[in-house]
Design a protein around this ligand. Structure first.
Ligand code: ADP
Length: 481
């Protein structure tokens, strides 16, 4: 028998005994005749029994309902009870259970949302305990520093003394701080690390540290590039400017009346002024091109015509260096979607370089060809696919038989002011910006620039340009323009 039943039984017996004692007292005093007294006692006994049974059933019902609620994580309807009070208790229990479920659901949803946000954060986020061990690391942190970082001392993953000092200082009660971390491998990267104290919920939980890392490599690099660019441009301008000022002073002073010196110095000044003018023009072109690099051109351009016109214009210059210029073009070539002036500048710079850096008594060849759109596996198609361009394309290859370029220089050749031999470039009138301009224009045309070179043999600068759809070779190159 359950303890609850014993209590109920005792309560029943007590009520029953009280009733029987009262009736017996009445019978003894003669106030109630014995027959009626016995009848009353019997009636009492039956009523108490019925009441007890009902209370016991309701109590058991409530008990089993409470057990069901404790075990089931879903909403439950209250059972129908014998008495109104028990019914109210059951309803109240069902409502309380529902409230608890709702609150629990909201907590679970909130935790899942917070987890998803942390995991999808672009920046690495790491939680450290008071012993500097990694308690948690989001996806970005794990992919940057390795899956095995969790559960280990931060020093095992990020061996940066400045960062570790900052973490220790914050764990010792110091304020938040930001430090710069250099990751040397696999590629050098600069991270900005923010170290913040984090007090977990709970009275005497030890202090933790929240560490966020933000990659500032690109920012740093572009800051450096901007600073280098200004320094380079100033240097390039200062040299001819200093020469001009020097010669002007000489002409006004010691060589004032020297006619021969006048002639000579004015010639040099003219060359220096031209150099400055070329530099300013190239700088302006570059900044214009960079500004509209993200808006693709819309004109229809006949590249074969541009190249033939350039060949005529540059013939004199080629002849002055005893270089023969040859254009090899098929009978017809598709048009390209482009900006005519910019494409003209691309091929002018490339042919000009080929003449400049080619050997005397050699040939510079410009070879044009159309790439078959069906030949999806061709090198040209693969190169352009990397730019997100598919379909027909044209190739323009400018080949010289000059000294060639060592492999180590190739990746940096299109950087502004990068030269293999600065003195030679300047002596030949170069600004160091020609290939940077080419690269930006080709990028704007969603094309590719490929540089092949062999020291001692010469170089080939190949430009791939997406062709205009539906113009696959129907423009005869000889007739166009
Ligand atoms: P520059 O005005 O100096 O010619 P560019 O940007 O056009 O500037 O070229 C950058 C550097 O690339 C040149 O200084 C030169 O060293 C090298 N270069 C460019 N074209 C050729 C080429 N056809 N043959 C050999 N070297 C070249």
């Amino acid at each position: 028998m359950k303890p609850g039943s014993v209590q109920l039984g005792l309560a029943g017996a007590l009520i029953g005994s009280l009733a029987v004692i009262s009736v017996l007292a009445l019978m003894i005093t003669g106030l109630v005749p014995p027959v009626i007294g016995m009848g009353l006692i019997l009636f009492h006994a039956v009523a108490v029994l019925v009441l007890l049974r009902m209370v016991r059933r309701d109590t058991r019902g409530l008990l089993s309902f409470a057990e069901r609620l404790a075990e089931t994580p879903t909403a439950q309807t209250a059972p129908v009870m014998g008495s109104a009070v028990a019914n109210d208790i059951a309803q109240a229990m069902a409502r309380a259970h529902q409230l608890w479920l709702d609150r629990d659901d909201a907590d679970v949803r909130r935790a899942a949302a917070a987890e998803a946000v942390l995991e999808t954060l672009h920046d690495p986020l790491i939680l450290l305990n008071d012993a500097r061990d990694v308690l948690r690391a989001n996806q970005a942190a794990r992919s940057l520093l390795g899956e095995r970082m969790v559960g280990r001392d931060l020093a095992g993953t990020l061996r940066n003394p400045t960062l570790l000092e900052a973490v220790d200082a914050v764990l010792a009660g110091g304020a938040s701080r930001t430090v710069e971390v250099l990751l040397p491998v696999p590629v050098e990267r600069t991270l900005e690390a923010r170290v913040k104290p984090f007090r977990p919920a709970g009275a005497d939980q030890p202090l933790q540290v929240l560490l966020t890392l933000h990659d500032v490599t690109v920012l740093k690099r572009s800051e450096q590039m901007r600073a280098d660019f200004v320094a380079n441009a100033s240097h390039e301008l200062r040299t001819p400017l200093a020469a001009l000022i020097g010669f002007i002073e000489t002409l006004r002073g010691p060589a004032k009346d020297d006619r021969a010196a006048h002639e000579k110095f004015l010639g040099i000044m003219f060359d220096q002024a031209n150099r400055m003018s070329r530099l300013v023009n190239d700088l302006m072109s570059l900044s214009r091109i960079e500004m509209d690099e993200h808006s693709p051109p819309t004109g229809a351009v006949d590249v074969a015509r541009i190249v033939r016109n350039l060949a005529v214009t540059l013939e004199m210059r080629a002849a002055s260096r005893k270089v023969k210029l040859r254009v090899d073009s098929p009978d017809s070539l598709p048009l390209v979607v482009g900006d005519e002036d910019q494409l003209s500048q691309v091929f002018q710079n490339l042919i000009d370089n080929a003449i400049k850096y080619g050997k005397e008594q050699t040939e510079v060849t410009v070879t044009l060809s159309a790439n078959d759109p069906a030949g999806g596996g061709s090198a040209a198609a693969r190169a352009l696919a990397g730019r997100g361009t598919r379909g027909p394309s044209i190739t323009v290859a400018v080949t010289d038989r000059g000294e060639g370029i060592a492999r180590t220089h190739l990746p940096r050749l299109t950087e502004r002011f990068y030269r293999v031999d600065p003195a030679r470039s300047r002596a030949l009138g170069g600004t160091g910006l020609g290939l940077a301009i080419v690269k930006h224009i080709v990028n704007r045309h969603r094309g590719r620039l490929i540089i092949d070179s062999e020291v001692g043999k010469g170089s080939t600068f190949t430009v791939l340009l997406p062709a205009m759809a539906g113009t696959g070779g129907e423009i005869p190159a000889q007739q166009a323009g």
